[in-house]
Design a protein around this ligand. Structure first.
Ligand code: GDP
Ligand code: IMO
Ligand code: MG
Length: 421
Protein backbone atom coordinates (compact mmCIF):
# COMPACT_ATOMS: atom_id res chain seq x y z
CA UNK A 1 0.00 0.00 0.00
CA UNK A 2 0.94 3.62 -0.52
CA UNK A 3 0.97 6.90 1.33
CA UNK A 4 -1.39 9.36 -0.35
CA UNK A 5 -0.61 12.97 0.35
CA UNK A 6 -2.81 16.04 0.82
CA UNK A 7 -0.93 19.31 1.16
CA UNK A 8 -1.38 23.06 0.79
CA UNK A 9 -0.27 24.81 -2.40
CA UNK A 10 -0.45 28.40 -1.17
CA UNK A 11 0.44 30.12 2.12
CA UNK A 12 -1.46 27.77 4.42
CA UNK A 13 -5.08 27.73 5.61
CA UNK A 14 -6.27 26.29 2.32
CA UNK A 15 -8.75 24.02 4.10
CA UNK A 16 -6.57 20.96 4.70
CA UNK A 17 -8.35 20.05 7.95
CA UNK A 18 -11.75 19.95 6.30
CA UNK A 19 -10.60 17.84 3.36
CA UNK A 20 -8.54 15.39 5.41
CA UNK A 21 -11.60 14.87 7.64
CA UNK A 22 -13.71 14.21 4.51
CA UNK A 23 -11.18 11.82 2.96
CA UNK A 24 -10.26 10.09 6.24
CA UNK A 25 -13.31 7.84 6.03
CA UNK A 26 -11.40 6.00 3.27
CA UNK A 27 -8.13 5.67 5.18
CA UNK A 28 -7.33 3.55 8.23
CA UNK A 29 -4.21 5.62 8.94
CA UNK A 30 -3.77 9.41 8.88
CA UNK A 31 -0.41 11.02 9.60
CA UNK A 32 0.99 14.48 10.26
CA UNK A 33 4.57 14.68 8.97
CA UNK A 34 5.77 18.23 9.77
CA UNK A 35 4.94 21.47 11.49
CA UNK A 36 3.43 21.73 14.91
CA UNK A 37 0.94 23.88 16.77
CA UNK A 38 1.52 26.75 14.33
CA UNK A 39 -1.07 24.82 12.29
CA UNK A 40 -4.77 25.42 12.83
CA UNK A 41 -6.92 22.93 10.94
CA UNK A 42 -10.69 23.57 11.12
CA UNK A 43 -13.24 20.77 10.91
CA UNK A 44 -17.01 21.10 10.82
CA UNK A 45 -19.64 18.36 10.96
CA UNK A 46 -22.96 17.64 12.70
CA UNK A 47 -23.17 21.31 13.76
CA UNK A 48 -19.85 20.97 15.58
CA UNK A 49 -16.73 22.98 14.87
CA UNK A 50 -13.22 22.26 16.08
CA UNK A 51 -9.73 23.49 15.35
CA UNK A 52 -6.87 20.96 15.56
CA UNK A 53 -3.25 22.02 15.95
CA UNK A 54 -1.24 18.86 16.51
CA UNK A 55 -3.75 16.03 16.24
CA UNK A 56 -4.23 14.68 12.70
CA UNK A 57 -7.62 15.49 11.17
CA UNK A 58 -8.67 11.84 10.95
CA UNK A 59 -9.27 11.62 14.69
CA UNK A 60 -13.06 11.91 14.38
CA UNK A 61 -13.32 8.86 12.13
CA UNK A 62 -13.90 5.49 13.76
CA UNK A 63 -11.27 2.80 13.28
CA UNK A 64 -8.54 5.25 12.32
CA UNK A 65 -5.03 5.43 13.66
CA UNK A 66 -3.69 8.97 13.71
CA UNK A 67 0.08 9.22 13.69
CA UNK A 68 2.06 12.23 14.85
CA UNK A 69 5.22 11.64 12.85
CA UNK A 70 8.87 12.24 13.68
CA UNK A 71 8.89 15.38 11.51
CA UNK A 72 6.41 17.13 13.80
CA UNK A 73 7.40 19.40 16.69
CA UNK A 74 5.04 18.87 19.60
CA UNK A 75 4.13 21.18 22.47
CA UNK A 76 2.80 18.87 25.23
CA UNK A 77 0.69 21.66 26.79
CA UNK A 78 -1.12 22.50 23.56
CA UNK A 79 -1.48 18.79 22.72
CA UNK A 80 -2.99 18.00 26.12
CA UNK A 81 -5.52 20.83 25.79
CA UNK A 82 -6.46 19.62 22.30
CA UNK A 83 -6.91 16.10 23.64
CA UNK A 84 -9.18 17.42 26.36
CA UNK A 85 -11.46 19.14 23.82
CA UNK A 86 -11.53 16.14 21.50
CA UNK A 87 -12.21 13.75 24.41
CA UNK A 88 -15.15 15.93 25.45
CA UNK A 89 -16.62 15.17 22.04
CA UNK A 90 -16.59 11.50 22.97
CA UNK A 91 -13.44 10.51 21.11
CA UNK A 92 -11.13 7.95 22.74
CA UNK A 93 -7.92 9.83 21.96
CA UNK A 94 -5.52 7.31 23.48
CA UNK A 95 -6.98 4.63 21.20
CA UNK A 96 -6.80 6.73 18.06
CA UNK A 97 -3.50 8.62 18.34
CA UNK A 98 0.05 7.28 18.29
CA UNK A 99 3.14 9.46 18.57
CA UNK A 100 6.56 8.90 17.10
CA UNK A 101 9.25 8.82 19.76
CA UNK A 102 11.42 10.79 17.34
CA UNK A 103 9.08 13.80 17.20
CA UNK A 104 10.79 16.79 18.84
CA UNK A 105 9.44 18.61 21.87
CA UNK A 106 8.71 22.32 22.06
CA UNK A 107 9.82 23.64 25.45
CA UNK A 108 8.45 26.78 27.13
CA UNK A 109 11.85 28.38 26.48
CA UNK A 110 11.48 27.74 22.72
CA UNK A 111 8.42 29.98 22.74
CA UNK A 112 10.31 32.65 24.64
CA UNK A 113 13.16 32.53 22.10
CA UNK A 114 10.60 32.81 19.29
CA UNK A 115 9.12 35.93 20.89
CA UNK A 116 12.51 37.48 21.66
CA UNK A 117 13.81 36.81 18.16
CA UNK A 118 10.70 38.29 16.51
CA UNK A 119 10.79 41.35 18.78
CA UNK A 120 14.44 41.96 17.83
CA UNK A 121 13.63 41.95 14.10
CA UNK A 122 11.52 45.12 14.23
CA UNK A 123 9.92 45.85 10.86
CA UNK A 124 11.37 42.75 9.21
CA UNK A 125 9.70 40.27 11.54
CA UNK A 126 8.37 37.03 10.06
CA UNK A 127 4.97 37.28 11.70
CA UNK A 128 5.51 33.93 13.40
CA UNK A 129 2.66 32.30 15.33
CA UNK A 130 5.11 32.40 18.30
CA UNK A 131 4.51 28.74 19.10
CA UNK A 132 8.24 28.03 19.32
CA UNK A 133 8.39 26.28 15.95
CA UNK A 134 11.57 27.88 14.59
CA UNK A 135 13.60 27.50 17.80
CA UNK A 136 12.49 23.85 18.21
CA UNK A 137 13.56 22.97 14.65
CA UNK A 138 16.82 24.89 15.23
CA UNK A 139 17.55 22.63 18.21
CA UNK A 140 16.64 19.59 16.13
CA UNK A 141 19.06 20.43 13.29
CA UNK A 142 21.57 21.83 15.80
CA UNK A 143 21.45 18.42 17.54
CA UNK A 144 20.41 19.77 20.91
CA UNK A 145 16.72 18.87 20.85
CA UNK A 146 14.65 16.77 23.22
CA UNK A 147 12.41 14.16 21.66
CA UNK A 148 9.15 12.58 22.77
CA UNK A 149 10.94 9.29 23.49
CA UNK A 150 13.23 11.08 25.96
CA UNK A 151 10.28 11.48 28.30
CA UNK A 152 10.67 7.78 29.09
CA UNK A 153 14.25 8.13 30.29
CA UNK A 154 15.12 8.35 34.00
CA UNK A 155 17.08 11.57 33.61
CA UNK A 156 14.47 13.43 31.54
CA UNK A 157 14.15 16.29 34.03
CA UNK A 158 17.93 16.73 34.02
CA UNK A 159 18.03 16.82 30.22
CA UNK A 160 15.16 19.29 30.23
CA UNK A 161 17.11 21.54 32.62
CA UNK A 162 20.28 21.32 30.51
CA UNK A 163 18.44 22.48 27.41
CA UNK A 164 16.50 25.13 29.29
CA UNK A 165 19.78 26.52 30.71
CA UNK A 166 21.25 26.70 27.21
CA UNK A 167 18.21 28.70 26.18
CA UNK A 168 18.59 31.04 29.14
CA UNK A 169 22.20 31.69 28.07
CA UNK A 170 21.10 32.24 24.48
CA UNK A 171 18.39 34.68 25.55
CA UNK A 172 21.01 36.97 27.14
CA UNK A 173 21.76 38.49 23.72
CA UNK A 174 18.23 39.90 23.53
CA UNK A 175 16.83 42.84 25.42
CA UNK A 176 13.74 40.83 26.33
CA UNK A 177 11.86 40.40 29.60
CA UNK A 178 10.43 36.98 30.37
CA UNK A 179 9.49 34.55 33.10
CA UNK A 180 9.83 30.84 32.67
CA UNK A 181 9.23 29.27 36.10
CA UNK A 182 5.46 29.82 35.92
CA UNK A 183 5.20 27.67 32.80
CA UNK A 184 7.45 24.79 33.75
CA UNK A 185 5.28 22.65 36.01
CA UNK A 186 2.38 22.72 33.58
CA UNK A 187 4.75 21.68 30.80
CA UNK A 188 6.28 18.84 32.82
CA UNK A 189 2.79 17.59 33.76
CA UNK A 190 1.75 17.68 30.10
CA UNK A 191 4.94 15.81 29.15
CA UNK A 192 3.92 13.15 31.68
CA UNK A 193 0.47 12.99 30.02
CA UNK A 194 2.18 11.95 26.77
CA UNK A 195 3.06 8.67 28.46
CA UNK A 196 -0.61 7.69 28.35
CA UNK A 197 -0.27 7.38 24.54
CA UNK A 198 1.33 4.69 22.46
CA UNK A 199 4.82 6.08 21.80
CA UNK A 200 6.20 4.26 18.79
CA UNK A 201 9.14 3.94 16.46
CA UNK A 202 7.09 5.76 13.86
CA UNK A 203 9.06 4.58 10.85
CA UNK A 204 8.56 0.90 11.74
CA UNK A 205 4.97 1.50 12.73
CA UNK A 206 3.98 3.15 9.47
CA UNK A 207 5.83 0.70 7.23
CA UNK A 208 4.16 -2.14 9.12
CA UNK A 209 0.76 -0.57 8.43
CA UNK A 210 1.61 -0.29 4.74
CA UNK A 211 2.77 -3.93 4.80
CA UNK A 212 -0.62 -4.90 6.21
CA UNK A 213 -2.29 -3.30 3.17
CA UNK A 214 -3.46 -0.26 5.10
CA UNK A 215 -3.66 2.95 3.11
CA UNK A 216 -2.09 5.99 4.75
CA UNK A 217 -3.14 9.60 4.21
CA UNK A 218 -0.42 12.16 4.98
CA UNK A 219 -1.79 15.54 6.07
CA UNK A 220 0.37 18.55 5.32
CA UNK A 221 0.50 21.59 7.52
CA UNK A 222 1.17 25.17 6.35
CA UNK A 223 1.58 25.44 2.56
CA UNK A 224 4.17 25.15 -0.21
CA UNK A 225 4.87 28.90 -0.28
CA UNK A 226 5.84 28.66 3.41
CA UNK A 227 8.30 25.78 2.82
CA UNK A 228 11.71 26.50 4.36
CA UNK A 229 13.48 25.75 1.04
CA UNK A 230 10.97 26.76 -1.61
CA UNK A 231 8.80 29.38 0.09
CA UNK A 232 9.40 33.12 0.15
CA UNK A 233 12.48 32.86 2.40
CA UNK A 234 12.97 34.16 5.06
CA UNK A 235 9.20 34.66 5.43
CA UNK A 236 8.57 30.95 5.80
CA UNK A 237 8.08 28.34 8.47
CA UNK A 238 10.95 26.06 9.56
CA UNK A 239 9.95 22.74 7.98
CA UNK A 240 9.56 21.19 4.55
CA UNK A 241 5.86 21.55 3.93
CA UNK A 242 6.27 19.98 0.50
CA UNK A 243 5.86 16.37 -0.59
CA UNK A 244 9.50 15.52 0.11
CA UNK A 245 8.76 16.24 3.78
CA UNK A 246 6.47 13.20 3.88
CA UNK A 247 9.41 10.82 3.43
CA UNK A 248 11.62 12.41 6.06
CA UNK A 249 8.76 13.27 8.39
CA UNK A 250 7.33 9.76 8.55
CA UNK A 251 10.16 7.44 7.52
CA UNK A 252 8.72 6.16 4.25
CA UNK A 253 10.63 5.81 0.99
CA UNK A 254 9.77 7.85 -2.12
CA UNK A 255 8.43 4.70 -3.82
CA UNK A 256 5.80 4.45 -1.09
CA UNK A 257 4.26 7.78 -2.10
CA UNK A 258 0.96 7.30 -3.92
CA UNK A 259 -1.25 10.12 -5.16
CA UNK A 260 -0.37 13.71 -4.31
CA UNK A 261 -3.36 16.04 -3.97
CA UNK A 262 -2.81 19.78 -3.77
CA UNK A 263 -5.28 22.04 -2.00
CA UNK A 264 -5.82 25.64 -3.00
CA UNK A 265 -8.36 28.34 -2.29
CA UNK A 266 -10.18 29.88 -5.28
CA UNK A 267 -8.38 33.07 -4.20
CA UNK A 268 -5.34 33.58 -1.95
CA UNK A 269 -4.64 34.43 1.67
CA UNK A 270 -1.53 34.87 3.73
CA UNK A 271 -1.10 35.49 7.43
CA UNK A 272 2.13 37.03 8.71
CA UNK A 273 4.70 39.04 6.77
CA UNK A 274 6.30 38.41 3.41
CA UNK A 275 5.63 38.84 -0.28
CA UNK A 276 2.12 38.37 -1.62
CA UNK A 277 2.00 39.59 -5.24
CA UNK A 278 -1.79 39.48 -5.70
CA UNK A 279 -2.63 41.05 -2.33
CA UNK A 280 -5.62 43.40 -2.32
CA UNK A 281 -5.30 46.18 0.21
CA UNK A 282 -8.61 47.72 -0.83
CA UNK A 283 -12.31 47.04 -0.23
CA UNK A 284 -12.23 43.99 -2.52
CA UNK A 285 -9.64 42.48 -0.18
CA UNK A 286 -11.78 43.44 2.79
CA UNK A 287 -14.80 41.79 1.15
CA UNK A 288 -12.84 38.55 0.65
CA UNK A 289 -11.76 38.65 4.29
CA UNK A 290 -15.23 39.26 5.67
CA UNK A 291 -17.13 36.76 3.46
CA UNK A 292 -14.37 34.16 3.79
CA UNK A 293 -14.00 34.72 7.58
CA UNK A 294 -10.31 35.08 6.93
CA UNK A 295 -8.96 35.26 10.46
CA UNK A 296 -6.23 32.90 11.68
CA UNK A 297 -7.44 29.63 13.23
CA UNK A 298 -4.41 29.61 15.57
CA UNK A 299 -3.78 33.28 16.34
CA UNK A 300 -7.02 35.04 15.31
CA UNK A 301 -5.00 37.52 13.24
CA UNK A 302 -6.72 38.93 10.13
CA UNK A 303 -5.44 37.11 7.05
CA UNK A 304 -4.21 39.16 4.11
CA UNK A 305 -6.31 38.44 1.01
CA UNK A 306 -5.87 38.59 -2.76
CA UNK A 307 -6.68 37.03 -6.13
CA UNK A 308 -5.65 33.56 -7.21
CA UNK A 309 -1.99 33.45 -8.24
CA UNK A 310 -1.38 30.93 -11.05
CA UNK A 311 2.38 31.58 -11.08
CA UNK A 312 2.70 30.46 -7.47
CA UNK A 313 0.15 27.66 -7.97
CA UNK A 314 2.01 26.15 -10.93
CA UNK A 315 5.29 26.41 -9.01
CA UNK A 316 3.72 24.52 -6.08
CA UNK A 317 2.33 21.85 -8.42
CA UNK A 318 5.80 21.38 -9.92
CA UNK A 319 7.61 21.06 -6.59
CA UNK A 320 5.12 18.55 -5.18
CA UNK A 321 4.31 16.49 -8.28
CA UNK A 322 0.60 17.23 -7.75
CA UNK A 323 -1.67 14.99 -9.82
CA UNK A 324 -5.02 16.02 -8.32
CA UNK A 325 -6.27 19.44 -7.34
CA UNK A 326 -8.74 20.26 -4.58
CA UNK A 327 -10.38 23.66 -4.88
CA UNK A 328 -11.69 25.31 -1.72
CA UNK A 329 -13.89 28.24 -0.80
CA UNK A 330 -15.13 29.18 -4.29
CA UNK A 331 -18.42 30.01 -2.54
CA UNK A 332 -16.67 33.06 -1.07
CA UNK A 333 -16.59 34.50 -4.62
CA UNK A 334 -20.36 33.99 -5.17
CA UNK A 335 -21.24 37.68 -5.13
CA UNK A 336 -18.29 38.99 -7.17
CA UNK A 337 -19.05 40.62 -10.53
CA UNK A 338 -15.56 39.95 -11.88
CA UNK A 339 -12.91 37.53 -10.67
CA UNK A 340 -9.26 38.08 -11.45
CA UNK A 341 -6.43 35.57 -11.75
CA UNK A 342 -2.74 36.42 -11.99
CA UNK A 343 -1.34 34.54 -14.99
CA UNK A 344 2.14 36.12 -14.97
CA UNK A 345 4.28 38.62 -13.07
CA UNK A 346 5.97 41.76 -14.30
CA UNK A 347 9.35 42.00 -12.58
CA UNK A 348 11.51 45.03 -13.46
CA UNK A 349 9.36 45.58 -16.55
CA UNK A 350 9.86 41.99 -17.82
CA UNK A 351 6.93 39.58 -17.98
CA UNK A 352 7.71 36.22 -16.40
CA UNK A 353 5.83 33.11 -15.32
CA UNK A 354 8.53 32.12 -12.81
CA UNK A 355 8.58 32.84 -9.09
CA UNK A 356 11.50 35.28 -8.62
CA UNK A 357 14.43 34.38 -6.35
CA UNK A 358 14.41 37.79 -4.76
CA UNK A 359 11.78 37.97 -2.07
CA UNK A 360 11.95 41.74 -2.09
CA UNK A 361 11.57 42.08 -5.88
CA UNK A 362 8.94 44.50 -7.10
CA UNK A 363 6.36 42.12 -8.54
CA UNK A 364 3.33 43.35 -10.44
CA UNK A 365 0.75 40.71 -11.34
CA UNK A 366 -0.59 40.38 -14.89
CA UNK A 367 -4.30 39.58 -14.57
CA UNK A 368 -6.91 37.78 -16.63
CA UNK A 369 -10.56 38.58 -15.87
CA UNK A 370 -13.41 36.11 -15.49
CA UNK A 371 -17.11 36.87 -15.19
CA UNK A 372 -18.52 35.97 -11.77
CA UNK A 373 -21.33 33.40 -11.43
CA UNK A 374 -23.42 35.56 -9.08
CA UNK A 375 -25.14 32.58 -7.49
CA UNK A 376 -25.10 30.85 -4.12
CA UNK A 377 -22.99 27.71 -4.50
CA UNK A 378 -23.15 26.57 -0.87
CA UNK A 379 -26.13 24.26 -1.29
CA UNK A 380 -25.03 22.65 -4.54
CA UNK A 381 -24.07 18.99 -4.13
CA UNK A 382 -23.87 17.79 -7.74
CA UNK A 383 -21.39 18.82 -10.39
CA UNK A 384 -24.09 19.17 -13.05
CA UNK A 385 -25.80 21.88 -10.99
CA UNK A 386 -22.74 24.12 -10.95
CA UNK A 387 -23.14 27.32 -13.02
CA UNK A 388 -21.43 27.70 -16.38
CA UNK A 389 -19.29 30.67 -15.29
CA UNK A 390 -18.00 28.71 -12.31
CA UNK A 391 -17.10 25.69 -14.44
CA UNK A 392 -15.41 28.07 -16.86
CA UNK A 393 -13.17 29.19 -13.97
CA UNK A 394 -12.43 25.58 -12.98
CA UNK A 395 -11.65 24.54 -16.56
CA UNK A 396 -9.27 27.47 -16.98
CA UNK A 397 -7.32 26.35 -13.89
CA UNK A 398 -7.24 22.76 -15.15
CA UNK A 399 -6.03 23.83 -18.59
CA UNK A 400 -3.34 26.15 -17.22
CA UNK A 401 -2.00 23.62 -14.73
CA UNK A 402 -2.68 20.43 -16.69
CA UNK A 403 -4.07 18.91 -13.47
CA UNK A 404 -7.71 17.93 -12.88
CA UNK A 405 -9.73 19.53 -10.09
CA UNK A 406 -11.12 16.40 -8.44
CA UNK A 407 -12.76 17.90 -5.36
CA UNK A 408 -14.68 21.15 -5.06
CA UNK A 409 -15.46 22.48 -1.58
CA UNK A 410 -18.32 24.96 -1.29
CA UNK A 411 -18.59 25.54 2.44
CA UNK A 412 -16.87 24.61 5.72
CA UNK A 413 -19.05 21.58 6.47
CA UNK A 414 -18.10 18.02 5.59
CA UNK A 415 -21.27 17.79 3.50
CA UNK A 416 -20.46 20.85 1.37
CA UNK A 417 -18.11 18.88 -0.83
CA UNK A 418 -18.40 17.70 -4.43
CA UNK A 419 -16.17 14.79 -5.41
CA UNK A 420 -16.01 14.79 -9.21
CA UNK A 421 -16.08 11.55 -11.11
P1 GDP B 1 -6.20 24.61 7.11
O1 GDP B 1 -5.18 25.21 8.01
O2 GDP B 1 -5.68 24.38 5.73
O3 GDP B 1 -6.84 23.38 7.66
O4 GDP B 1 -7.36 25.70 6.96
P2 GDP B 1 -8.00 26.58 8.16
O5 GDP B 1 -8.89 25.70 8.94
O6 GDP B 1 -6.95 27.33 8.88
O7 GDP B 1 -8.81 27.65 7.33
C1 GDP B 1 -9.80 27.31 6.43
C2 GDP B 1 -11.09 28.02 6.86
O8 GDP B 1 -12.05 27.96 5.83
C3 GDP B 1 -11.76 27.36 8.06
O9 GDP B 1 -12.44 28.34 8.79
C4 GDP B 1 -12.75 26.40 7.41
O10 GDP B 1 -13.85 26.10 8.23
C5 GDP B 1 -13.18 27.20 6.21
N1 GDP B 1 -13.53 26.43 5.00
C6 GDP B 1 -12.98 25.28 4.55
N2 GDP B 1 -13.49 24.97 3.35
C7 GDP B 1 -14.37 25.94 3.03
C8 GDP B 1 -15.18 26.20 1.88
O11 GDP B 1 -15.19 25.48 0.89
N3 GDP B 1 -15.95 27.32 1.92
C9 GDP B 1 -15.97 28.17 2.99
N4 GDP B 1 -16.74 29.24 2.92
N5 GDP B 1 -15.20 27.96 4.08
C10 GDP B 1 -14.41 26.87 4.08
P1 IMO C 1 -1.93 25.76 8.64
O1 IMO C 1 -1.45 24.35 8.80
C1 IMO C 1 -0.96 29.91 7.72
C2 IMO C 1 2.97 31.37 8.96
C3 IMO C 1 3.02 32.41 10.06
C4 IMO C 1 4.29 33.13 9.68
C5 IMO C 1 5.19 32.02 9.17
C6 IMO C 1 6.14 31.46 10.21
O2 IMO C 1 -3.06 26.11 9.52
O3 IMO C 1 -2.15 26.08 7.20
P2 IMO C 1 5.90 30.00 12.40
O4 IMO C 1 4.89 30.01 13.51
O5 IMO C 1 5.97 28.71 11.67
O6 IMO C 1 7.23 30.47 12.87
O7 IMO C 1 5.40 31.12 11.38
O8 IMO C 1 4.31 31.00 8.73
N1 IMO C 1 2.23 30.13 9.31
C7 IMO C 1 1.02 29.82 8.84
N2 IMO C 1 0.19 30.51 8.04
N3 IMO C 1 -1.29 28.66 8.13
C8 IMO C 1 -0.45 27.94 8.90
O9 IMO C 1 -0.69 26.65 9.21
C9 IMO C 1 0.75 28.53 9.33
N4 IMO C 1 1.78 28.12 10.12
C10 IMO C 1 2.67 29.10 10.09
O10 IMO C 1 1.89 33.23 10.03
O11 IMO C 1 4.04 34.01 8.62
MG1 MG D 1 -4.96 26.86 9.27
Amino acid sequence: MKVDVVLGLQWGDEGKGKIVDVLASGYPVIARFQGGPNAGHSLQFDDKKIVLHTIPSGVFRKNTTNIIGNGVVLDPVIFMEECRKVSEMGIPVQERIVISKKAHLILPSHKIIDAASEASKGDSKIGSTLKGIGPAYMDKTGRNGLRVGDILSDNFKERYNTLKNKHIEFLKQFDFQYTIEDKEQEWLNAAEFLKSFKLVDGEYFINQQLGESKKVLAEGAQGTMLDVDFGSYPFVTSSNTTCAGVCTGLGVSPISIGSVSGIFKAYCTRVGSGPFPTELKDETGEKLRSIGHEFGATTGRPRRTGWLDMVALKYAIMINGVKKLIMMKADVLDSFETIKVAVAYKVDGEVTTAVPYDTYADVEPVYKDFPGWKRDLTKIRKEEDLPFEFMNYVRFIEKETGVPVEIISLGPDREQTIIRQ
